[in-house]
Design a protein around this ligand. Structure first.
Ligand code: C5P
Ligand code: ZN
Length: 470
């Protein structure tokens, strides 16, 4: 089989051979949807190739984490993390690090570093951690001569990871991500098609799907239960079926097209800006082998389910779901998801209510104890455009992280990327000026800084973002 991302092939072969030379491997991965899918892909491939594998899901790679690994030694495969701490990994002699990541790399070099940034690909949009892990996994299986089951089936999880990291560009996966999705389609585990790009098409009761849409505001429909029901009734959508409210997926293809175009027409009539209208439609990625109507059928719903486990210190639940557990782990994940949803909508409301403070090049808000530090980034991204929070200015949200300092999350909209914005570098540098540490991607980054340094941090960050945009 041809490698889906030729530019990374040589590195993948070298790393795969190194892994296959070990008897056991410790996989260390990131605690979000992309990290969990990365870990599941890596573990599945390594086990199929006959290796003994242990997994550790971590929030980041701090000194303590590296010390722990050094104490155990052996071969450590880092997925969806590691590149940001490459300098520290390069210094350790006590274990063999292999990194398959897509975060902005720090200076430093190790023998096995698989990262789209190293070969001129955009790690924020073209390849996520799970995709990088997938390339490695596929190469491991190829080198080990294992071709049953079809290694390309792992592409389904890679798509979930990329969607979870919000890598889609104008509603669809591009570049290496698209090549991987195509492998999933060829293997019969992914179906993609143009569809309504609203979260919850598989599981939300139809009126709620429209009512609770936060991506786009359509006056008279979103945030308006009666309006949403009326809109659907006018289109003769059968709302009261025996099984209860239907979901979007329950409608036939013809009805879906009819409702979608009526929705677009309504948005145009109500003066919704063209770029928001475009955002209503996108490519959906369906996991063909999952039950229709479940949280696992649509890649974006699957990703949210995983985040709902990882952000509440129950990563093992998400990992088990990725690895195929459809009983206890899935039940638990669904409970966590309900809780996560409540926290997110409360968080968005709280940010919108507090409002942001604008500096020259950014806006910031301090959530204190109001929002859990592990979800403040998700909330900040979703709050862009809510209330008086300007969609087009980068947002920086702070939250207290008891005993550890202040958690910082920054998010921005795609267009600023074309103007040179790179929050990952800006946060890394600004955090360093106040004795903290940060990093991430161009449009989504995070940091932890000492308590009380928020003000100088904002100034340092403002200056860097200003320089980038010029
Ligand atoms: O934590 P948050 O969701 O805001 O992080 C956004 C992105 O920035 C994530 O991909 C995360 O891994 C990255 N990040 C980082 N270094 C940090 C904090 C976050 O690379 N110290
Ligand atoms: Zn990632």
């Amino acid at each position: 089989m041809d490698p889906p991302v030729p530019a990374l092939h040589d590195r993948a072969v070298a790393a795969a051979d190194r892994l296959l030379a070990a008897e056991s491997v410790r996989v260390v991965s990131h605690d979000d949807a992309d990290g969990l899918t990365s870990a599941a892909i890596a573990v599945t491939a390594l086990e199929r190739a006959g290796l003994a594998v242990e997994v550790d899901i971590k929030h980041g790679l701090d000194e303590a984490a590296i010390d722990d690994l050094a104490a155990t030694g052996g071969t450590v495969l880092f997925t969806d993390l590691g590149s940001g701490g490459l300098d520290r990994l390069a210094d350790t002699g006590s274990f063999t690090p292999i990194v398959a990541d897509h975060h902005e790399p720090a200076d430093g070099s190790i023998e096995h570093h698989l990262n789209p940034h190293c070969v001129g690909l955009d790690g924020g949009r073209e390849l996520a951690g799970a995709g990088t892990a997938y390339l490695l996994a596929r190469t491991v299986l190829d080198r080990a001569g294992v071709d049953e089951p079809d290694p390309r089936e792992l592409a389904a999880l890679a798509v979930v990871g990329a969607v979870g990291d919000r890598q889609t560009v104008d509603g669809e996966l591009v570049g290496a991500n698209a090549a991987i999705a195509a492998e999933g389609e060829a293997a019969g585990v992914i179906e993609s098609g143009t569809d309504l790009a609203i979260y919850g098409t598989q599981t939300r009761p139809l009126p709620k799907l429209l009512e609770y849409t936060t991506d786009v505001r359509i006056p008279g429909i979103t945030g308006n239960r009666r309006g949403a029901i009326g809109f659907l009734e006018d289109l003769d959508v059968e709302l009261r079926t025996e099984a209860g409210w239907p979901t979007w997926a329950d409608l036939g293809a013809e009805k879906r097209t009819q409702v979608a175009s009526a929705l677009l027409t309504r948005a145009v009539e109500r003066g919704v800006p063209p770029e928001r209208i475009d955002a209503l439609v996108g490519t959906s990625y369906i996991l063909s082998r999952e039950e229709p109507g479940t949280q696992l059928r649509d890649a974006s719903e699957f990703a949210t389910l995983l985040n709902a486990t990882a952000r509440y210190e129950e990563s093992e639940v998400g990992l088990a779901v990725c690895r195929g557990d459809r009983d206890g782990a899935l039940d638990r994940a669904e409970t966590l998801l309900r809780n996560h949803r409540r926290n997110i909508s409360a968080g968005i409301e709280s940010l919108a209510e507090t409002g942001t403070t604008e500096t020259d090049h950014l806006q910031w808000v301090h959530a204190g104890e109001q929002i859990r530090a592990t979800i403040v980034g998700i909330v900040a991204g979703m709050a862009l455009g809510e209330g008086d929070i300007d969609r087009h200015t980068p947002i920086v949200a702070f939250a207290n992280k008891p005993d550890e300092g202040i958690k910082v999350s920054a998010r921005a909209n795609g267009r600023l990327g074309d103007r040179g914005l790179n929050l990952g570098t800006a946060l890394r540098e600004a955090a360093a000026t106040v004795g903290g540490e940060g990093g991430g991607h161009a449009m989504a980054a995070g940091a932890t800084i000492p308590e009380g340094t928020e003000e100088p941090f904002v100034s340092a960050l403002d200056e860097r973002i200003g320089a980038q945009l010029n």
